[in-house]
Design a protein around this ligand. Structure first.
Ligand SMILES: C[S@@+](CC[C@H](N)C(=O)[O-])C[C@H]1O[C@@H](n2cnc3c(N)ncnc32)[C@H](O)[C@@H]1O
Length: 454
């Protein structure tokens, strides 16, 4: 087993070595670097959406370019699209999937070529966003943006949205749904939506806490009422800074071969045995709510109310829990079962009820996803899975060990793991979460698996 310099050895992983031999083709693996966004100085292509859970471009680029020009690559948890964007810049074929519509828009936006972004930015800078009389901008009573803004401001935001739709589709007076569908199917439209995400994020800043997954919803009268001029100026500024960012990193060519689609890691829309390489990172077991982190972006896309709740329920790592759970199957591995047992027996409030169910649900989704990775990969395919450990009270959640054991029982060989220790983390920002921990900073691990040849 290969481990990098600053690492501890986990006894559970030594056990893996006994279950299956490992390290066969390590010589063929590229050097794995620290995946965290701040660990590399290399600029990423189209780096215009800061995502705390994304990995850096250099990390993805090294792994992807080791796979040969005709390899088919996938990322089942694509997020802000580090994998799909790095593939697009390198001219490789890659399919990214995510369940969160906001992250799909972000991932797709980053596939826009520099020329398209530059031309659009020039045109947008000269546009005036005028009040128009159409259904597309009539503010609906249940518009999710009304949670933070007064109706006049929501109307201004929707006028910009309609202009984006018309600009991208080159059609007038389509319904809002039709404009949204056309605009978000193209990198250009997605790029303009990301500019609108930034605009709304900036305006909603007073309601945001230091934890990115927490956003306050104010009382009705405390909602914001920015003027249409302020909103338009901010939007134009956002487009201009996106255009500047597109010139910074490696270029994306107009004819790239990456796609980003809606899809669940537990049921990927991919053929059996079709993928050569997976580079990915599941939601961590840290109860960070990825839907809440993108609540304003989702509101821009019209996702609120029941649809928003439904999305939260479907994401891996959700904070909503099932009523009942079974006992964990042996196939999930010993580390996982021992962890669930320990959490279930913990004295603290809700450990046996809420937290055990929440973890169980997470591991159920994780296991299904690993089995799905096995189904879609070719024999001998390589998978790099980035995970972070965490603590439940004083109980260590060895996510890398759990992923490894689940993979071993799903038709993968364990090849190697690289550990990186971090001081910058959002759980590290909350002093209350520290009280039980023996080690202060989480460990980020890249687990390298190889699909068994049958
Ligand atoms: C850790 S982030 C991925 C970060 C990514 N590597 C990047 O560069 O931004 C995990 C992503 O998984 C998505 N997700 C959660 N559950 C999912 C599921 N069942 N299927 C697909 N995506 C899911 C979340 O929306 C989130 O964007």
């Amino acid at each position: 087993m290969l481990r990098s310099d600053n690492q501890q050895t986990s006894p559970s992983w030594s056990r893996q070595k006994e279950i299956r031999h490992c390290g066969n083709d390590l010589a063929l693996s590229p050097r794995v670097i620290d995946p965290k966004p701040w660990a590399s100085k290399q600029k990423a292509p189209n780096d215009w959406f800061k995502f705390y859970a994304g990995f850096n471009h250099e990390f993805a680029h090294r792994l992807l370019t080791s796979s040969g020009p005709n390899a088919r690559i996938a990322d089942p948890w694509n997020g802000s699209g580090a994998t799909t964007t790095a593939a697009a810049a390198a001219g490789l074929t890659c399919q990214g999937f995510d369940l969160n519509p906001a992250m799909i828009v972000v991932g797709r936006s980053r596939l826009a070529s520099g020329a398209v972004v530059a031309t659009a930015a020039q045109k947008i800078a000269k546009m005036s966003f005028l009040r128009v009389n159409s259904d597309a901008v009539r503010v609906q009573k249940d518009d999710p943006l009304l949670q933070w803004f007064m109706p006049q401001s929501v109307e201004s935001l929707r006028i910009i949205e309609q202009t984006i739709g018309e600009f991208v589709s080159r059609r007038k007076l389509l319904s809002r749904d039709a404009l949204l569908a056309v605009a978000t199917s193209r990198p250009l439209g997605c790029m303009l939506y990301v500019a609108l995400f930034h605009t709304v994020r900036l305006l909603a800043e007073p309601f945001r806490a230091s934890n990115p997954t927490w956003l306050q919803v104010p009382r009705s009268r405390a909602r914001l009422r920015p003027s249409s001029e302020t909103i338009c100026q901010l939007f134009k500024k956002s487009v201009a800074s996106i255009a500047a960012a597109s010139k910074d990193g490696p270029p994306i060519e107009p004819k790239q071969k990456s796609t980003v689609s809606w899809g669940s890691s537990t049921a990927l829309p991919l053929d059996d045995g079709s993928i050569d390489l997976i580079v990915t990172s599941p939601p961590y077991c840290t109860r960070l709510d990825y839907a809440v982190a993108t609540a304003t972006d989702l509101a821009v896309l019209g996702v609120g109310g029941e649809a928003y709740k439904q999305l939260r329920r479907t994401l891996l790592g959700t904070t909503t829990v099932p009523r009942t759970i079974d006992s964990p199957p042996d196939i999930w591995g010993k580390i996982c079962r021992t962890l669930l047992e320990k959490v279930g027996a913990h004295q603290s409030k809700a450990s046996k009820t809420y937290y055990t169910k929440s973890l169980y649900q997470y591991f159920q989704g994780l296991f299904q996803s690993i089995q799905e990775m096995q189904r879609v990969t070719k024999c001998g395919a390589r998978c790099y899975v980035v995970v972070q450990d965490s603590y439940y009270k004083e109980i260590h959640v060895d996510l890398a060990g759990i992923v490894t054991e689940m993979a071993l029982s799903s038709g993968f060989d364990f090849e190697a793991a690289w550990d990186f220790s971090h001081s910058q983390t959002y759980s590290g920002l909350n002093p209350h979460t520290q009280q039980y921990r023996s080690r202060r900073f989480p460990l980020e691990t890249v687990v390298y698996l190889k699909r068994i040849t049958r």
